[in-house]
Design a protein around this ligand. Structure first.
Ligand code: AFP
Length: 342
């Protein structure tokens, strides 16, 4: 017999954590708790598929018919479908919207609707899949604006300030689930041996002393004067600060997650030479607003270079915006350079 048996009371599963957060809201009905738990399940299923990424090459290519007579799906389509299917029948949602789909995703007629709205980017950084680099899923939950029945686009087009909860999964060396429902940011790591997310990073705060800046510096020639000068500032050229190290994965969830834990800034500014990205590349609804919510809950800040991303009202499902996110001081510095030089 062990002299000191392990103390299992210190092991906090995602279920226990979400439930305990709910208890501090006496008015809560438990619907949000269940919704977050549904998402945790979706994350586990997607994680199990991402680890099989390279096997598609030998087990079947996208578009092939597999042994069960089903079409082999790309991982991003699979993730998209998984999140939708796990949430379409629960009666918790009025409507969904996915970065993968042009229009809103209604709840099927034969299922009940609920009071929340889910918007998600099923697989962010998907161009990295073929190279076995970390990728992620981002989600955001709003309260519906319409009163009843099937939700509409109006329910989806809400500003980040109105978020009820947001989070992401990162599929990396381990799978993590990081979320906030407005009471700080908490990170869970999937223990694959028991198939459960366990609390490993309670109350995440962005460290005051940043270490990294993350940007695709290959586009530097296309940036505005303000963004160029801000980048030089990060290099420590004007002597005001010690230069930061550059780390850029090209999967925003992974870049954001590292900077959240280590301190730093991620940015994707406008690109004057690429007509597709003159208003930035990243989508306000699916990527920028949810991560800005997390950043703010962790003591950081997300901006489009001029204003708080959480205050921008989306006008379309797939609208893009420039984004600067991470340590508050650094993001405010970016705004300062942009207002001085652009
Ligand atoms: P993909 O999902 O098409 O790979 O795009 C990823 C992304 O939206 C974001 O996660 C990255 O940080 C950014 O684009 C990378 O874009 P660049 O390749 O232009 O640097």
């Amino acid at each position: 017999m062990l002299a000191h048996p392990p103390d299992h009371t210190n092991i906090i599963t995602i279920e226990r954590h979400i439930f305990e957060e709910q208890r501090s809201h006496p008015e809560a009905t438990g619907v949000l708790t269940s919704l977050l738990y549904d998402l945790a399940l979706a994350g586990k299923v997607i994680a199990s598929q991402t680890t099989r990424g390279g096997l598609l090459e030998i087990l079947g290519r996208t578009g092939d018919i597999n042994i069960q007579g089903e079409e082999v799906m790309k991982l991003d389509q699979l993730a998209d479908r998984m999140i939708y299917r796990l949430n379409d029948h629960t009666g918790r949602l009025a409507v969904m919207a996915s970065e993968e789909k042009e229009n809103i995703l209604p709840i099927p007629e034969n299922y009940p609707t609920g009071k929340y709205v889910l918007v998600y980017d099923p697989l962010d950084g998907s161009s990295n899949i073929d190279y076995n680099v970390s990728i992620g899923t981002i989600f955001a939950i709003y309260r519906r604006k319409t009163i009843q029945g099937h939700g509409t686009i109006e329910d989806c087009l809400q500003k980040g300030r109105d978020l009820v909860a947001a989070g992401y999964f990162i599929y990396g060396a381990s799978t993590m689930f990081v979320y906030s429902s407005g009471m700080g940011v908490h990170g869970f790591t999937l223990d694959p041996s028991v198939g459960e997310f366990l609390l490993t990073h309670p109350n995440i705060r962005i460290p005051d002393n940043p270490k990294y800046y993350s940007v695709n510096q290959g586009y530097e020639n296309h940036w505005s004067e303000g963004v160029k000068r801000f980048t030089q500032y990060l290099h420590g050229r004007d002597g005001e600060m010690k230069g930061l190290s550059l780390r850029y994965i090209g999967s925003m969830v992974a870049d954001f997650h590292r900077n959240l834990l280590a301190g730093g800034i991620y940015y994707y500014p406008t690109d004057s030479k690429n007509p597709k990205f003159t208003s930035g590349k990243l989508r306000l609804l699916y990527e920028c607003a949810p991560l800005a919510f997390i950043a703010e809950q962790a003591g950081g800040y997300g901006s489009d270079g001029k204003r708080n991303l959480l205050d921008i009202e989306p006008t379309s499902l797939h609208g893009r915006t420039p984004m600067f996110i991470g340590n508050r001081g650094l993001v405010e510095k970016a705004e300062e350079f942009i207002s001085l030089y652009d």
